[in-house]
Design a protein around this ligand. Structure first.
Ligand code: ATP
Length: 876
């Protein structure tokens, strides 16, 4: 199929636009910047500033406008960076399509498809555009997304002229539907909004990112705090006016308190923290499709994981073969071609062992894998190995690759076999039937080779090979074979049985056992989960004994048992719920069992992360709280149903993502703790000052300065804290747990009150020792800012004191605090800024008082924490 040239494709892309239902409406940077001024309070402040400028307070007005501008720039930069992170994520998870361009098959982003492109579709793919089938083999499609009917629809190629795009046509596949079985080639006839999906779906146009539960909760909290603040501001304003302060000045003061204290940036800061976590996870190989999932990941209490490739390395090596009643071992590991077939320690030539030769022939023919002796292509799917017999590259399923490698070691080559026995028909491996077959030409006629799980192959067989002869296979002999399967499985080997159908006789050929060791990283990850009280459960299509042996090696069994899908079928839901706790391995399961298990765990109130890769895994992935798909072995359908895609298919990456999920929640708690206690401190300073009959403690420009240096950079830097070592040593958080659990609210209020009292203390002591009002205000300004900059370090951890804190693990925070300190110093020591912020140079004594009031509280609480911590340790 020739397809289009790149040039033609480019022209059509320009003419027709991208193959997308609705390009996510991108916010123009200018609108994003102007959006920073949406806040009503900021608008009122700006209006009041303009009025004050007319009244002659020009310096104040310019300062206020500059600070508001600076705040807006900071807000804009944060939002812009968040948007960019999310955008790059959207691009990474965008669907792809296999297309023939310039006569070559290539994979391109699906949005670049144009009419006339020739595409290839396989089981598990999502159809990227409406396309007319030009060839199809056993194609079945799920069109429920378009028609609502979940029955699979079979499709065939039609005449090349019949390309009218109507619904329910047999020769047309529609964008957004999923290929369940078979494969096909097709020509694209409609893209983007011109597809059937684009025409009927208005729902999908709205691709807005929904707020996560935490964002919603914090937005609600922000509103409550805002109302409280407004109440206090009104009180400050009234009290000031009643006391005879100028009305306009009090209005400005009231508004600036509101601006300084209302945590209007809270939801935005949460989004930034979540988006940064997403980009950190992305770098480590976990693509998170929804911000939502970052939070849920942190609550995961059960991880249901596949075995092959996720817990194991997915590098299979055939180590044992039983054929014609004789046992053989195979040396060499992985893709190394150097190796031999041995019997009792001596090399064997399969040519002299008909059953062994037939078994290898079956393994080599009944396969979709390939090995090439030429230099390996640079493709990610290919694995290569340099051996003393040259460089080889392989493609395909590792189980099948292992069989090809073993056959090569016995001198049997798939390429040569295919020349003599061309394939007539193939029934590909299906993880539900657990077997596959190929029919090949054999002399004048044909014969069919079968391979698959022993329990699925043995029932087919009525004969076996003994020496070179075909003899009947009796029931007692089948029982012996089943015992052999158990023995091999107990050694953690995946066991496959082989058979050959010649005419009406189905001849059993033998067994091969292959090794697939657990990944070292997965073992560590399982240990981490155990410490974090997250249960890891293995769910696999493999044999119970193989799964149990691997689970033992991976450290996952921990006194628990294994259950097969058949045993699971025999249980009612109530029985399953009662015994679920006792099992850590579910073997020989199919996708329906996975769904049942997810539901059972969720009934118990667990938060379940479930991995999957096949088309049929999609329901279980969707049902799980965190659906996880495999990036390498997974199908489009699984990937699109998933919340998280693991680019390296590795369990360790998932556990890492869970840790990041916990970390981001902890970080959000950290900066909420910081922001709220500081804001309470600011409001109280002003409120109590007025109530106690003091002059206005801080001027509007000073309050805005406090807001600028304490709320912006340090709060964001707290969101960048790395996970604490304790993060994975405590049980998962309940999703409905209060955000302020463990006495956080009390701590916030207590510290806020102390910051307020400290600031007032500094103000009054400096004033009572003969300082001017400006000096008292400057001292209060220093105390308020310094206590917040010290407190930000306390917020790094809920367990550690200032003395045991690790300062070096987040240099952003140290940098942010230094910048804030420099700004404070500049506001006092730069003459021009002194005019702007109405500050004065402080004497050594006054500075000492200001610093003393800022440091007294954190030092006392750290010393107290140190003692109570030591006592707690002793009690333990
Ligand atoms: P998971 O990845 O979930 O751990 P799995 O890889 O262990 O699953 P499947 O790939 O569904 O499970 O394999 C189930 C069984 O089917 C295997 O135990 C094996 O006996 C058989 N099998 C696996 N791959 C093939 C294949 N390519 N050809 C024939 N039989 C196979």
């Amino acid at each position: 199929m020739p397809g289009l040239t790149s040039k033609q494709a480019q022209e059509r892309l320009r003419r027709d636009g991208e193959n997308e239902l609705a390009a996510a409406a991108k916010l123009h940077p200018l609108r994003m910047f102007l959006g920073q001024f949406r806040d009503v309070m900021v608008m009122i402040l700006l209006a009041a500033t303009v009025v004050s400028a007319f009244l002659g307070e020009l310096t104040d007005a310019v300062t206020i406008i500059l600070i508001v501008l600076l705040n807006a720039i900071l807000g804009f930069l944060q939002e812009f960076r968040t948007e960019q992170t999310l955008e790059s994520l959207r691009n990474l998870t965008a669907p792809t399509a296999a297309v023939c361009r310039d006569g070559k098959w290539q994979t391109i982003p699906a949005r670049e498809l144009v009419c006339g492109d020739v595409i290839r579709l396989e089981a598990g793919d999502n159809v990227p555009a409406d396309a007319a089938l030009t060839s199809a083999a056993g194609l079945a499609v799920n069109e429920s997304i378009l028609t609502g009917e979940s029955e699979a629809v079979s499709k065939q190629a039609g005449s090349p002229e019949d390309t009218r795009n109507d619904l329910h046509k047999k020769n047309i596949v529609y964008a957004g539907t999923a290929i369940l079985r078979g494969s096909a080639e097709a020509t694209v006839i409609a893209t983007g909004t011109r597809t059937q999906m684009g025409q009927i779906s208005t729902m999908l146009q709205d691709v807005q990112q929904e707020m996560t539960p935490l964002q919603k909760r914090l937005a609600g909290l922000g509103k409550v705090v805002a109302l409280l603040c407004l109440g206090v501001c009104a009180a400050v304003f009234l009290a000031g006016v009643l006391r005879g302060e100028p009305v306009f000045d009090m209005l400005m003061t009231g508004i600036t308190i509101a601006i300084a204290a209302i945590p209007e940036g809270l939801p935005a800061t949460v989004t930034i923290a979540l988006a940064l976590a997403v980009s950190r996870m992305m770098k480590r190989g976990a693509l998170v499709n929804r911000l939502h999932s970052v939070e849920t990941l942190g609550c995961a209490s059960v991880i249901c994981s596949d075995k092959t490739g996720t817990i194991t390395e997915n590098r299979m090596t055939v180590t044992h073969v039983i054929a014609g009643g004789e046992e053989f071992s195979v040396t060499g590991t992985g893709l190394q071609m150097a190796g031999a077939i041995l019997q009792e320690g001596h090399g064997v030539n399969p040519a002299s062992k008909p059953a062994l030769r037939e078994l290898f022939t079956c393994g080599a023919l009944c396969s979709t894998a390939e090995i090439h002796s030429e230099a390996p292509q640079k493709s990610q799917r290919n694995r290569s190995a340099r051996t003393d017999r040259g460089t080889w590259s392989v493609t395909g399923d590792p189980t099948e690759v292992a069989l090809l490698v073993a056959a090569e070691k016995g001198g049997i080559s798939r390429k040569q076999l295919l020349r003599a026995h061309p394939v007539q028909r193939m029934e590909p491996f299906d993880s539900e039937t657990r077997r596959m077959s190929v029919t090949v030409s054999d002399g004048a006629g044909t014969c069919t080779y079968w391979k698959g799980a022993a329990d699925c192959i043995l029932p087919l067989c009525g004969f076996q090979m003994e020496g070179g002869r075909v003899v009947p296979l009796t029931e007692p002999e089948k029982a012996v074979i089943r015992r052999q399967v158990l023995t091999l499985s107990d050694q953690a080997l995946r066991v496959l049985a082989f058979a050959k159908q010649d005419g009406s006789a189905c001849i059993y050929l033998g067994l091969a056992g292959m090794l697939d060791p657990p990944r070292e990283a997965a073992r560590t990850a399982i240990r981490t989960c155990a410490r974090a009280q997250i249960r890891t459960v293995m769910i696999t299509g493999d044999h119970k004994n193989t799964a149990t042996a691997i689970a033992k090696q991976a450290g996952l069994l921990r006194g628990k048992k294994a259950m097969t899908g058949e045993e699971l079928d025999a249980l009612t839901d109530a029985q399953l719920d009662a015994c679920l706790d006792q099992y850590a391995v579910f073997a020989r399961v199919n996708p329906a069992h996975k769904l049942r298990l997810v539901r059972a765990y969720r009934r118990r109130g667990e938060i379940v992360a479930m991995t999957g890769d096949g088309v049929n895994d999609a329901p279980a992935i969707k049902e799980a709280d965190v659906g996880v798909a495999m990036g390498q072995s997974g199908t489009d359908v699984a990937r699109q149903a998933a919340d998280v895609v693991l680019t390296d298919d590795n369990l360790a990456t998932l556990v890492d993502a869970v840790e990041q999920g916990r970390c981001v929640y902890a970080n959000i708690r950290k900066f909420v703790r910081y922001l709220l206690s500081c804001n309470i401190g600011e409001v109280l300073t002003m409120f109590l000052g007025i109530l106690m009959g003091m002059p206005v403690v801080l001027l509007p420009t000073q309050l805005l300065l406090v807001n600028l240096v304490t709320d912006g950079l340090p709060a964001i830097a707290l969101g960048l804290e790395p996970p604490e070592p304790e993060a994975m040593q405590k049980p998962p958080r309940k999703p409905d747990e209060s955000f302020f659990s463990d006495g956080l609210m009390g701590r916030i209020f207590f510290r806020g009150i102390l910051i307020g009292i400290g600031t007032l203390g500094s103000f009054s002591v400096v004033a009572s020792m003969g300082g001017t009002l400006e000096a008292a205000r400057t001292a209060a300004l220093c105390t308020l800012i310094l206590s917040q900059l010290v407190h930000v370090f306390e917020c790094k951890s809920e367990q550690r004191t200032l003395f045991s804190m690790r300062y070096g693990n987040n240099l952003w925070l140290v940098g942010a605090v230094l910048v804030s300190l420099a700004v404070l110093a500049a506001a006092i020591y730069v003459p021009m800024l002194r005019v702007i912020f109405s500050t004065v140079l402080l004497t050594g004594q006054q500075l000492g008082i200001a610093a003393g009031f800022s440091l007294a509280v954190p030092l006392c609480s750290s010393i107290f924490g140190l003692f109570s911590g030591k006592r707690k340790k002793r009690d333990c």
